[in-house]
Design a protein around this ligand. Structure first.
Ligand SMILES: Cc1cc2nc3c(=O)[nH]c(=O)nc-3n(C[C@H](O)[C@H](O)[C@H](O)COP(=O)(O)OP(=O)(O)OC[C@H]3O[C@@H](n4cnc5c(N)ncnc54)[C@H](O)[C@@H]3O)c2cc1C
Length: 381
C-alpha cells in the first residue's frame, strides 16, 4: 500500500503553505490531494486583501508573520504577486464601533502595527472618493494592502514541488480508515494512502471532510460575491482598500478598474456559487452611496465564492484531539488568504516539534468549541 508521512487534503493557500513548510523542514514524504486543481477553491475567489488590523492578538501576530513573506515574496519564491501596499482604511459610522476600533488600535500599536486613528478630514485626503459627512472617524494602516492570491498560492505550490512534495489534482479524499482512535489511511478513488498524519485544509468543505471521519468540525460555507468595474479613471489607483464597516462594503483598485463587494447578512449557508443579481444591485447602490463617483462606472463582471465561517470567526488550527494522526487548518472566516504563510509555518512547527513557536496559535485550537472557549474576532468583513 502507498505510504506518506503527511497527507494534506486540499491545495488552496493553506494546503500549499503547509506542504511547503513541512517540505522545507525535510519532513519526509508529503502528498497533497486536491479534488479539483491547485488554487481553484476559495483562494481563487479572494479579493487578495492583506491587513494587520485585527482585534485579536493571535490574528495580528499571524498577519505580522505573513507580511514578512508577502513583502519579500519575489526574493523567496521568484514570482511577482502584485503587492500593493496602499493601506486599509476602515470607515466608522456607529459609536460602538469607534470604541471597539480604538481598543483594537491600542492592541495593534502595542504589537508594532503602524495603524492610526483618522478623523473625517484626513479620510477625505486619503480617499477623496468617499462621502465623509456621516463618518465618526476611522482607522488606517499604510502597511496593509492586497496582492494576487492565485500567483501567491502557485508560488507556494511550485516551491513545495521543488522540495519533493507530490500534488495530485482531481483526486478527492472520499474517506478515512480509522482504527480505535488512530488514523491509519486516507481513502481516494485511486486507492488508500497510509499516513502518519493527515491535515484537513479543505476550506469551505472542511465540515464535509470532517464528516468523513465522523467529526463535527464547525466550518460553515456562506456565499460572498465580488464585482469588478471596467477601467475607471475617476478615482486614483493609489487609494487604500476602503471598508465601510457598518455595511461591510469594501472596494479597492484592481488593474485598470476597481474591485468591490459586500456581505449579505441574511445569506443562508450553502454551496450556491451563482451571483445573486438582487444582491449585486444592493452592493452597487451601497458603493454609489458611499462614493457617488462610481455612478459613472460600469460593471465588467461578478463572481461568487464561499467564506468558511466558524462560530467565533476564527480558524481551527491544530491536531484533532479525538483522532490521533488527524489535524486541521481551516475555517478562516473570510480572512484566510492573508494568513496562509504564517499558518503553514506554524502547522509545520506544531506537527514536527509539538508546539508552534513562530506564533502562539493555542487560542485557535480546534477543541475550543467543545470547551466553550471561543475567541471572537471583531474585524470581519
Ligand atoms: C469573495 C471572497 C473574498 C475574499 N477576500 C479575502 C481577502 O481579501 N483576504 C483574505 O485573506 N481572504 C479572503 N477571502 C477568504 C479566503 O479566500 C479564504 O479564507 C482562503 O482562501 C482559504 O484558503 P483554504 O486553503 O483554507 O481554502 P480553499 O482555497 O478553498 O482550498 C481548499 C481546497 O480543498 C479542496 N477540497 C475540498 N474538499 C476536498 C476533498 N474531499 N478532497 C480533496 N480536496 C478537497 C478544494 O477543492 C479546495 O481547492 C475571501 C473569500 C471570498 C469567497
Amino acid at each position: 500500500m502507498e505510504r506518506a508521512d503527511f497527507v494534506i487534503i486540499g491545495a488552496g493557500i493553506m494546503g500549499c503553505s503547509v506542504a511547503y513548510h513541512l517540505a522545507e523542514r525535510r519532513a519526509g514524504r508529503i502528498v497533497v490531494l486536491e479534488r479539483d486543481e491547485i488554487a481553484r477553491g476559495a483562494t481563487a475567489d479572494a479579493a487578495g486583501g492583506i491587513r494587520l488590523q485585527f482585534s485579536t492578538e493571535t490574528n495580528i501576530r499571524l498577519s505580522l508573520l505573513s507580511f514578512e513573506y508577502w513583502e519579500h515574496f519575489t526574493e523567496r519564491f521568484g514570482v511577482d504577486i502584485g503587492l500593493h501596499q496602499y493601506g486599509y482604511l476602515f470607515l466608522l459610522t456607529r459609536p460602538e464601533d469607534v470604541s471597539a476600533f480604538r481598543a483594537s488600535l491600542a492592541l495593534q500599536t502595542s504589537l508594532g502595527v503602524p495603524a492610526r486613528w483618522v478623523e473625517p478630514q484626513e479620510i477625505a485626503e486619503l480617499q477623496p472618493a468617499v462621502r465623509t459627512d456621516d463618518l465618526l472617524g476611522g482607522t488606517f494602516c499604510p502597511r496593509d494592502g492586497w496582492c494576487d492570491p492565485y500567483t501567491a498560492t502557485m508560488g507556494f505550490a511550485t516551491a513545495a514541488r521543488e522540495l519533493g512534495v507530490e500534488f495530485r489534482e482531481h483526486c478527492p479524499v472520499t474517506g478515512f480508515r480509522i482504527v480505535g482512535d488512530r488514523l491509519q489511511a486516507v481513502l481516494t478513488p485511486e486507492g488508500e494512502i497510509a499516513c502518519g498524519t493527515a491535515i484537513i485544509c479543505a476550506g469551505p468543505y472542511t465540515g464535509e471532510v470532517g464528516k468523513l471521519a465522523g467529526l463535527e468540525l464547525p466550518v460553515v460555507p456562506y456565499r460572498r460575491m465580488s464585482f469588478v468595474t471596467e477601467p475607471f479613471e475617476l478615482v486614483p489607483k493609489t487609494v487604500p482598500m476602503t471598508i465601510e464597516f457598518e455595511s461591510s462594503l469594501y472596494f479597492h483598485p484592481e488593474g485598470e478598474g476597481f474591485l468591490f463587494g459586500m456581505s449579505n447578512p441574511n445569506e443562508p449557508p450553502g454551496f450556491h456559487k451563482t451571483v445573486d443579481p438582487e444582491w449585486m444591485t444592493r452592493t452597487v447602490e451601497a458603493l454609489c452611496r458611499r462614493a457617488p463617483v462610481f455612478e459613472q462606472a460600469r460593471i465588467r463582471r461578478g463572481w461568487a465564492g464561499f467564506y468558511e465561517v466558524t462560530p467565533d470567526a476564527n480558524p481551527l488550527i491544530g491536531r484533532i484531539e479525538e483522532i490521533d494522526g488527524l489535524a486541521v487548518a481551516a475555517g478562516f472566516s473570510g480572512h484566510g488568504f492573508m494568513h496562509g504563510p504564517a499558518v503553514g509555518r506554524c502547522m509545520a512547527e506544531l506537527l514536527l516539534d509539538g508546539v508552534a513557536t513562530s506564533v502562539d496559535i493555542r487560542a485557535f485550537s480546534p477543541a475550543r468549541f467543545r470547551r466553550g472557549q471561543l475567541i471572537q474576532e471583531r474585524n470581519v468583513i
